[in-house]
Write a protein that binds this ligand. Structure first.
Ligand SMILES: Cc1cc2nc3c(=O)[nH]c(=O)nc-3n(C[C@H](O)[C@H](O)[C@H](O)COP(=O)(O)OP(=O)(O)OC[C@H]3O[C@@H](n4cnc5c(N)ncnc54)[C@H](O)[C@@H]3O)c2cc1C
Length: 263
């Protein structure tokens, strides 16, 4: 089995996020890191390999992003991927979720994986949709919010988190699975793995290498445009009830909740 894991470089969680009003895009300057949700997808791939139910010949980390995104790939291979593919091309700048999903699908098409794993969401865009878009382009079944994977020959039995509990779903391979962070506890890379990461093969791809139609990517090829940005309305000041007489305080709180139909 060949597993491709989609990984993304995102601004570090400690960095204050800011939209650039000039480009209407997230300012991606400052410290960056591998999207934490993707470490769970990499760990899931490693556990499938180590589980030994079916042999995993290769785990390939795939990213689309500017030159700096190679650092996310280096981290991904230090966490266990055997090699990486970096799609980077000026024509991709400004791609929205449809264009990003299409581009990643074209890279995956050239890799022919049996399983595509990805995080449930990115820490910056938080669209939660790349898995579905990629699966649609690849014409593969898609499962989201998966928190348990049992492997058998040619298929997976997955548990996915739902609002009402868990769905247990069997899916035939090839498939695209986005994993929730409850699926596992990602390992830390060993010093040896960190040192060895730079030696693992890394392919650089431009849009022409994987047959991406330039008209379907970038700001012009995107189906969405950010027209305006508005800060959230300021929060109303809360009401402070001084506890001078407890019975009266309780009455006031109950009346306050009742007024808002909260009880
Ligand atoms: C009009 C518009 C313009 C934009 N311009 C830019 C831009 O110029 N530059 C830019 O970086 N973003 C840009 N974005 C944001 C970009 O479209 C999103 O980052 C992208 O669509 C993916 O969304 P997400 O990361 O929130 O996906 P989610 O669905 O939340 O991510 C789920 C998973 O998908 C995988 N994934 C997501 N993105 C990638 C990736 N690039 N490579 C590999 N795996 C990935 C990861 O495994 C991640 O855990 C733009 C968005 C809009 C709407």
């Amino acid at each position: 089995m060949k597993i491709c894991v989609l990984v993304k470089e995102v601004p570090d969680a400690a960095v204050q996020k800011r939209i650039d009003p000039g480009t209407m895009r997230l300012d991606r300057g400052g410290e960056k890191n591998l999207n934490p949700f993707d470490t769970h997808a990499l760990e899931a791939a490693m556990q499938i390999r180590e589980g030994g139910v079916i042999p995993v010949e290769e785990i390939v980390a795939v990213t689309m992003g500017p030159e700096s995104a190679y650092r996310a790939l280096t981290k991904a291979v230090s966490l266990g991927a055997d090699r990486s593919v970096h799609l980077s091309d000026g024509a991709l700048a400004g791609s929205d979720v449809c264009a990003t999903g299409y581009s990643l699908a074209k890279v995956l098409e050239s890799e022919s994986p049996d399983l595509v794993l990805l995080g449930q969401q990115s820490d910056d865009g938080e669209c939660y949709t790349i898995g579905a878009v990629v699966a649609d382009h690849l014409q593969m079944p898609s499962l989201t919010q998966v928190i348990k994977i049992d492997v058998s020959e040619g298929k997976l039995r997955c548990e996915r988190q739902a609002e009402y509990g868990y769905d247990t779903v069997e899916v035939e391979l090839p498939a695209v699975i986005s994993v929730g962070d409850a699926i596992n506890e990602p390992r830390y890379p060993s010093l040896k793995a960190i040192m060895g990461a730079k030696k693992k093969p890394k392919d650089e791809k431009s849009i022409g290498d994987v047959g991406i139609d330039a008209g379907m990517v970038g700001a012009d090829g995107s189906k969405t445009t950010v027209i305006a940005l508005n800060p959230p309305p300021p929060k109303e000041a809360g009401e402070i009830i001084e506890d001078e007489d407890t019975n009266e305080t309780v009455e006031k709180i109950v009346a306050w909740l009742d007024e808002r139909k909260l009880i």
